[in-house]
Design a protein around this ligand. Sequence first.
Ligand SMILES: [Zn+2]
Length: 174
Amino acid sequence: MLSRTSVSRMPSRWMMLFFIVLVANLPDIDFLFGWSVGNPNRYHHLWTHSIVFAVITGVVVGAVYSLFTRKNGFKMGGIAAGIVGSHLILDFFSKDTRAPSGMPLFWPISSKYFLSPVVLFQDVHKASSNEAFFGSLVCWHNLWTLLIELAILMPLAIWMYVKYGKASRTATPP
Ligand SMILES: [Zn+2]
């Protein structure tokens, strides 16, 4: 039976959802770097879109989790690294017309860019100036991109929820 203390240390379902959404979008924090110089696209698809960044995120999340809960943060760190990895996989299979296409997945060992020859997802149209950036996201092309992503990923998400959601409700927290 769980004690009152251990229950309060468990991440709630909503906290976990917030954490997943935050970490899943973390590589795109590079838009903010560009924003600071007036062009949100300027530093997009650089080092935050690399395997090393996924590992660093995992280490930091694991350490912070361990610090606050006094539990082993290895599993939570692994989950965080995996979530960042899923972002890289999605971008890898997305159309990218901006040179150099793809991502420097093996930065800093190699600065070579990688992109799948098979395109599953469309690109997102976005302006290169701070003023026009958010307005440019609202267009039919981006709606179509979103619908394709949902059509491909929603069945996968539902399958995972059905398969693993039941188990996570009965399992002990990481
Ligand atoms: Zn990205």
